[in-house]
Design a protein around this ligand. Sequence first.
Ligand code: 13P
Length: 251
Amino acid sequence: MTISMIVGNWKMNTTVDEAEALATQIACGVSDDSNVGVVVCPPFISLVAVQSTLKNSGISLGAQDVHHEVSGAFTGAVSTNMLVNICQYVIVGHSERRSIFRESDAAVNLKVKAVLTAGMTPILCIGESLEEREGGSAEAVVESQLRLGLEGVEAGAGIVVAYEPVWAIGTGRSASPEIAQAMMAHIRQTLVAIGGEEAAAEVSLLYGGSVNAGNVGGYMEQADINGALVGGASLNAESFVEIVRVAAGTG
Ligand code: 13P
């Protein structure tokens, strides 16, 4: 069975104090018997503080990126070794990492493998640009990112894939539930082709891109959507908690 989950990606926002305060507010609002897994991904520097804030809350912790090497001369980088006792999830290949930091599919694949080797769960992000969608290559682009990102990996339980169309990120222009579902069905089919029906059914598929409490319900109703990766709306405790409630069917 796939796990339903709502993941908050705080990106480069919040000081340590702000991160602790936000985590405290979220923990107060989210009931720990929710049938939806809740994950927050603060900046690296706040992970330890938020870990202690979230202790016994039932909310899980994720990092926003990682280096694929375990240690060494990689100034500024953070390894799986450093994260493994702190968080359970790592976002890998976010479109901002791909476009701003020039991460290739090969680099993303190394990170996915490193995260799995360390025993954590990668949240592999894939998604097409507006140009690619308008040019008719959205499916091909997403499928290629998925196949290259998961090369040499057993794609089943323990893998989360987030479909985030670049044109929907931070724009307020969310993909319609139908457009999102159509791509998710293609992603699921590709996962079947890679690892078989059983394994593909165990991968949680998240939609990301301008998700809020008003539209999350529409995504959760889709056959192949198991949750959401939330950016902007995860920085406000009230709206993030409301998204979790709606996703859990209690909103
Ligand atoms: P927004 O929810 O702000 O569009 O960001 C989505 C995202 O990039 C989450 O990783």
